[in-house]
Design a protein around this ligand. Structure first.
Ligand code: GLN
Length: 471
């Protein structure tokens, strides 16, 4: 059952929040050993489900929360040895808002350490498996959340997206994932990776369920100075008929897609034409270079954000006689990829290299943004693949640069701060293929409306649950 269907049953009194929680918990016990989506389960779930007021708008809904989003009293590791035993004394605003409306946290999902990666293989604990094929990755860094939703271990999930971490795993696991406009969802309580890019995003098996989550999540927050006050009415927006839109397909400089991705793109284009959209190819000249700029800016911000893990404030504190030895031994616990990012970030910010790398990447970011703004004068939406291919086998990207190239299509929206959504649009063999839609700044609801229209027009043909459903 989809989240909005569960809601109807709970509101009618046909299903209690406790029954829902019991069903999902049973399923997690049965199937999570196969996919390994969760790092921690909420030990108080059944008790909380018993107490929840069934009249609340999200009562009966369970959310799998990426483990870089702080949950008060529930271990939050960010996939890192450094936070292996960290129990936050505070709650992320996103989580607090969901709970206030009656939703419950089912558990915390696996991720690449601090969100750095595209496969979940950089988790300090274990890799998550793709529910469509256990020999393949679920994508990353929100791989645990995507795998949990695709396996229906939870009807809803939260991920975080810095350069594609909600969208790419959504695409690999055949679910929907939205990276909202930067600022649309409060970042308070999201463990910082690259603060000018980080954004919490919802994942689900229907655009309607994303709308349900966004209505709860979006809005200004005094605890996040970058949060936006744009009145959120996502569920309402889905009800209105879709006007004929102008759709721009971005192809320039983007080749090497696998056949299933090309086919999905062609099929989506004809489907949208059938809905009355005017479709044309457009050019976003800077997009192919966005990857290089992203892998300067994101590590630069990460090197600064991760300076706090020195063993003195919170998290693991390694043994050492002198303070510097404590710091050194503590920071040695970072995984290899995190260390690489800190080194690169420190380098591009250091004197003499700052102008050559960091400042140029910032200037490039402004150009990319300006180009996007100009494009949205011509078209209402952009369409492009989420990733160049479906899920790859575990261990298939040992070269860090090959792993970075996975993000080719997703980093553009991140650098430009634009809303972007991945929706299931096809299969290559047994593996799901997702496509990505981008909208102008602040027009997140447009993405959900189009994804909903696609979902209805295809009769949900691309939304399969390979291992069945909980309810
Ligand atoms: N794969 C990208 C990176 O490693 C994006 C990760 C993310 O969005 N958190 O930085």
């Amino acid at each position: 059952m989809l989240a909005h269907e569960i809601r109807v049953r709970v509101a009618r009194g046909e299903l209690s929040p406790l029954e829902v929680a019991q069903a999902y918990l049973k399923r997690v016990r049965e199937l999570d050993p196969r996919v390994q989506a969760f790092l921690t389960l909420n030990p108080d779930l059944l008790e909380e489900a018993q107490r929840v007021d069934p009249g609340l708008p999200l009562a009966g809904l369970l959310v799998a929360v990426k483990d870089n989003i702080a949950t008060r009293g529930l271990r939050t590791t960010a996939g890192s040895r450094l936070l292996e035993r960290f129990v936050p004394p505070y709650e992320a605003t996103a989580v607090a808002r969901l709970k206030a409306l009656g939703a419950l946290v089912l558990g915390k999902t696996n991720l690449d350490e601090f969100g750095m990666g595209s496969s979940t293989e950089h988790s300090a604990f274990f890799p998550t498996r793709n529910p469509f094929d256990p020999s393949r990755v679920p994508g990353g860094s929100s791989g645990g959340s995507a795998a949990a939703v695709a396996t229906d271990l939870a009807p809803l999930a939260l991920g975080s997206d810095t350069g594609g971490s909600v969208r790419q795993p959504a695409s690999f696991c055949g679910v929907l994932g939205l990276k909202p406009t930067y600022g649309r969802v409060s970042r308070y309580g999201l463990i910082a990776y690259a603060s000018s890019l980080d954004q919490i995003g919802p994942m689900a098996r229907s655009a309607k369920d994303l709308a349900l989550l966004m209505d709860a999540l979006a809005g200004p927050d005094p605890l996040d100075a970058t949060s936006l006050d744009l009145s959120p009415r996502f569920q309402e927006a889905l009800e209105a008929p879709l006007p004929p839109l102008r759709l721009g397909v971005v192809r320039e400089g983007l080749s090497g897609n696998s056949p299933g991705v090309e086919r999905a793109l062609e099929e989506a284009v004809s489907l949208f034409q059938g809905l009355g959209f005017a479709v044309k190819e457009v050019s976003w000249p800077s997009l192919p270079l966005a990857l290089a700029a992203y892998y300067i800016l994101a590590p630069a911000e990460a090197s600064s954000n991760l300076a706090r893990y020195d063993g003195t404030l919170y998290g693991v504190r390694a043994e050492g006689e002198e303070l510097w030895q404590v710091v050194e031994a503590t920071r040695a616990l970072f995984g290899l990829e995190v260390k690489r990012r800190i080194l690169v970030g420190t380098f591009v910010l250091s004197s003499g290299y700052y102008e050559a790398y960091y400042e140029r990447a910032q200037a490039f970011r402004r150009r990319l943004k300006a180009e996007a703004r100009a494009l949205f004068q011509e078209v209402d939406l952009l369409l492009l693949p989420t990733a160049p291919h479906p899920a790859f086998p575990l261990g298939a990207r040992p070269d860090p640069l090959a792993m970075y190239r996975e993000d080719l299509y997703t980093v553009g929206a991140s650098l430009a701060g634009l809303p972007a959504l991945s929706f299931p649009a096809g299969f290559e063999g047994h593996l799901p293929v997702g496509l990505q839609l981008l909208a102008p700044w602040g027009r997140d609801e447009l993405l959900l409306r189009v994804a909903w229209a696609h979902e209805e027009a295809t009769d949900r043909a691309f939304l399969r649950t390979p291992l069945g459903e909980a309810l």
